[in-house]
Design a binder for this molecule. Structure first.
Ligand code: ADP
Ligand code: IPE
Length: 268
């Protein structure tokens, strides 16, 4: 049976543009229902990783803890950011249960350690065992703050968790859902003439990276640029699709291997 990872970007399920700590439960429900429908029609195992939006980025910025966690106030920020991510994760858990999906929360801060913002250890044994136990269990992880050997604690983006897990668990496909149709020649939200880049390979990777800006929203992990850099760094040999998860039908179709508009990345 094939195993897929679906990243649900913070931009698509929170008020990231307005930088308000609010979850859009209806949008999460729409995605959960599409996962349920796809599961009825196609056999696959699934891991979900959701982003943070203001539930993470806003707190990290307000507490000023993106460069390390040292004093008493930083430590409070570290704990509060994790608490906040659990609040968002709880919305996912409740919606998945309501829709009839077996979502199982995995707390990244309890199984990941970083050094200078890079994952150095990630105990994925439990995830493996859950997937082995049943094809219906959906481990759900999220961007979080974790212990960091050099910085005390640091942010681990969902965009870093996804490639790491994909490589370690040898998944068949990675789907990155966001709030735009894929990667464009410029930010499509501010450039109406921006063109969708349908495929990224070794030939155009560096020119694409020059065109993609970090993020206009509050995003301490470099937004779309950070996403592509993480994929390029560690996702060789696995097909990646960046697509608009806000458009109805896209999640179901992507999970069923049907055609979906987006950017396909394939690096040897
Ligand atoms: P998510 O929260 O879904 O993980 P990000 O906020 O990290 O997503 O990145 C998505 C945002 O990146 C889009 O909303 C878009 O405004 C911005 N962006 C900047 N440059 C580009 C580009 N060249 N192509 C596509 N999106 C871009
Ligand atoms: C960031 O996670 C986590 C924290 C800031 C604590 P992501 O980087 O995956 O979040 P989005 O998808 O960009 O909002």
């Amino acid at each position: 049976m094939k195993t897929y990872i679906l990243k649900i970007g913070g931009s698509s399920v929170t008020e990231k543009d307005a930088n308000e700590r609010e979850a859009r439960a209806d949008d999460i429900r729409g995605i959960a229902k599409e996962i349920k429908n796809a599961k009825k029609k196609a056999g696959f195992r699934l891991i979900v990783v959701h982003g943070a939006g203001p539930f993470g980025h806003k707190l990290v910025k307000d507490y000023g803890i993106n460069d390390g966690v040292r004093g008493v106030r930083d430590i409070e920020g570290f704990v509060r950011t994790h608490n906040s991510m659990e609040d968002l994760n709880k919305v996912f858990m409740d919606v998945f249960r309501e829709v009839g999906l077996l979502g199982f929360p995995i707390q990244p801060s309890a199984c990941i350690v970083q050094d200078n913002r890079r994952i150095t250890s990630f105990d994925t044994g439990i995830i493996d065992r859950l997937l082995e136990m049943s094809n219906d269990i959906i481990p759900i992880l999220y961007g979080d703050m974790v212990i960091d050997e050099s910085l005390g604690a640091s942010v681990v983006s969902g965009d870093a968790i996804v490639p790491y897990l994909a490589r370690k668990l040898k998944v068949d496909k990675v789907l990155m859902g966001t709030d735009v149709d894929g990667i464009f020649s410029a930010d499509p939200k501010t450039n109406p003439d921006a063109k969708l880049i349908e495929t990224i390979g070794p030939g155009n990777l560096s020119t694409v990276l020059e065109k993609v800006s970090e993020a206009v929203t509050v995003d301490v992990t470099q937004g779309m640029k950070g996403k592509i850099m993480k994929i390029a760094e560690s996702l060789q040999g696995i097909e990646v699709l960046i697509f608009n998860i806000k458009k109805k039908g896209n999640t179901e179709n992507a999970l069923r291997d049907l055609k979906v508009k987006g950017t396909r990345i394939m690096l040897p």
